[in-house]
Ligand binder design. Sequence first.
Ligand code: EPU
Length: 338
Amino acid sequence: MIRYYDHTDLTRRNSFGIRATAHRLAEFTAEEELREIFAELRRSGSSWRALGGGNNIIFRDDFPGTLIRCAARGIELLSQDETCARVRADAGVEWDDLVDWCCRRGLWGVENLSLIPGTVGAAPVQNIGAYGAEAGEVIESVRFLSADTGEAAVLRGEECRFGYRDSIFKHELAGAGFITSVVFRLALAPRPRLRYGAMQQEVERLGEATLHNIRRAVVSIRRAKLPDPAVTGNAGSFFKNPVVPLSAAERIAERYPDMPRYAAPEPGTVKLAAGWLIDRAGLRGASFGRVGVHSRQALVLVNLGGATGRDVLECAEQVRTRVRETFGVDIEPEVNIF
Ligand code: EPU
């Protein structure tokens, strides 16, 4: 059944806790219903956007159109052989519920992505990633329903053009339709990935590199660094880690030999840590009105209480300017601005 909510308060529907309303929120469970919602939107000419868990969104103002949300929460094992299992999850499944489901069944591939807030449907859009793993690596296909035609298409992983916090859903297919479900391909043989930061150390503290311990390690590292959105409004990393020419990185490293840098896919470029840049620009723990830079991870902006979308964007602009002035590097928001 389609559920419509008119003039909905969005404060609890975005993890930053921004006070805003939507003209309308439409919730569906079956694809048939989504088709009907799109048909109605075509008739009325009203604007729309997809809403997942609201974890990566800043509402600049009240949203004048329709937000669409998937309420289907099924997870099913499609097939399994000696090496791999294929698992289908509806867009409305909480991402961490899927990770938990897979870890309990001994399926490897998403454990490093434990506790990332958000829904399965949002995961392919920005190719969520953490601790040396990205969702795109285990996505076999994505089911996508077109807003114009109401037809569903299945995109294979390669067709999704996954990149660092990037995919076709942010480009050619942005605003063109809605992801209704995702199929994942997970491994049965252990393949621990512990190279990132404190992972190895944390897992060793817990014992062997089992799925259970890796999940626990990720959860504890995240809890130590990242603010809990249920307590302090935030949208996770606010900026993307910038990819810069090697020469620019070397220029900064002359002054800061300890600067973290990572390999980037394009030759002659490196990825820098935006959190480190913000921190070294002297902004960790700084506040700008009702929005602050988190004191344990400078990449995260936090709601100090009652922030509006405009307050957040103002703070982000100040941070961006300071990083540009200090290092000559431009950092771009990772969050979606509605
Ligand atoms: N750093 C500082 N000061 C800070 C923050 C970071 O010096 O205030 C340094 C750290 O010491 C480290 C480096 O910067 O040397 C990188 O920091 P961290 O390992 O915390 O990761 P990140 O690059 O800041 C990315 C993702 C996170 C993900 C972590 C772990 C992006 C935009 N963010 O952050 O994803 O959890 O790696 O894999 O790529 C998210 O997207 O919402 C998110 C939390």
